[in-house]
Design a protein around this ligand. Structure first.
Ligand SMILES: NC(=O)c1ccc[n+]([C@@H]2O[C@H](COP(=O)([O-])OP(=O)(O)OC[C@H]3O[C@@H](n4cnc5c(N)ncnc54)[C@H](OP(=O)(O)O)[C@@H]3O)[C@@H](O)[C@H]2O)c1
Length: 274
């Protein structure tokens, strides 16, 4: 499902005027004819709306920090992890659109934030620019050893974008009554379904540490969609939320951009400018 920010170039619907920018979840298309009344919603998540006024900010943010990934970070972290100031928060996929946003919310709250990402450049950026407290390249550093160093007393909250072995290692370093928000499982998206990677048994950690693990789909907070966008917009205006974009030019490069995102080419939100 591709989402896009599009410009209305012709309209027979008085609500939508020529030149207006709209968000729409209609796949990878250069042009579309849409009757907004006929679009189906997932739960109550809006699939078509006029872009709110972002002031001088780029409308492209409506696909990232001021759109679905932004609401995923805001609602999925605060509602499920319920983080408190001073707590230790771990984020996987930390340099991606959702992960870097979660980390900044956690820092703003006064948490101790540990991020895992897949290149030294990302790890440096998380530390130097976003001021994460500890950051590691999960491809070159053993995750258990990293957490023994950075979180010797354990982890209170884990925001999981990737799943797999990295997540199993984090789950075994959780504190009693730790909270885990399961947002994504990208480590297995490209796996052969008949040969899924094996990961360590998790039940002992879940039981004896009395963990709360909850998966979510962001459409769950569809009723609060615009409120989430406004909250994130306020954070940007207050200088509390950096929102990098990784932009590929050209409609014809969509597949390459998509595969690049899965490979880890992006810092922040991966976008295609058509
Ligand atoms: N539950 C929901 O409603 C919801 C909503 C939005 C997104 N999501 C999920 O949230 C996750 C993050 O989304 P996003 O839009 O912010 O994507 P993203 O993090 O911007 O991009 C994906 C990143 O995943 C990392 N990655 C790829 N393969 C990996 C592997 N085997 N192990 C660890 N990391 C790997 C790559 O970075 P590295 O260089 O660090 O490897 C890549 O840059 C995704 O899993 C997505 O499906 C869920």
């Amino acid at each position: 499902m591709g989402s896009q920010i599009a410009k209305v170039i012709e309209s027979k619907n008085q609500k939508y005027q020529m030149g207006q920018l709209v968000f729409c979840q209609i796949g990878w298309r250069s042009h579309s004819i849409i009757n907004p009344n006929n679009l189906t919603e997932r739960d109550s998540m809006p699939t078509f709306y006029m872009l709110p006024d972002f002031g001088s900010l780029s409308p492209s943010l409506g696909l990232g920090v001021l759109g679905m990934p932004g609401n995923t970070a805001l609602f999925g972290f605060l509602n499920i992890c319920d983080p408190k100031p001073g707590e230790t928060v771990v984020i996987s996929g930390a340099a991606g659109a959702v992960g870097c946003h979660v980390g900044q919310i956690a820092k703003n709250l006064g948490c101790y934030v540990i991020g895992f990402a897949g290149t030294d450049e990302k790890v440096k950026w998380l530390k130097d620019v976003l001021k994460f407290d500890a950051t590691y390249n999960y491809k070159t550093k053993d995750v258990t050893v990293a957490l023994q160093e950075a979180a010797p007393h354990g982890v209170d909250c884990y925001f999981d974008n990737v799943g797999g072995e990295l997540s199993s290692a984090v789950i075994y370093r959780m504190k009693n009554r730790g909270r885990i928000s399961v947002c994504g499982s990208i480590s297995s998206y490209n796996s052969n379904p008949k040969e899924l990677p094996k990961v360590p048994l998790l039940q002992p950690a879940i039981i004896f540490k009395q963990l709360k693990i909850e998966g979510f789909i962001v459409s769950r907070w569809g009723e609060k969609w615009m409120d989430g966008i406004q909250q994130n917009l306020n954070l940007i205006k207050e200088g509390k939320l950096i929102h990098p974009e990784h932009i590929t030019a050209g409609f014809e490069n969509l597949p390459e951009a998509f595969m690049g995102m899965l490979r880890g080419d992006n810092i922040g939100k991966a976008l295609v400018k058509v």
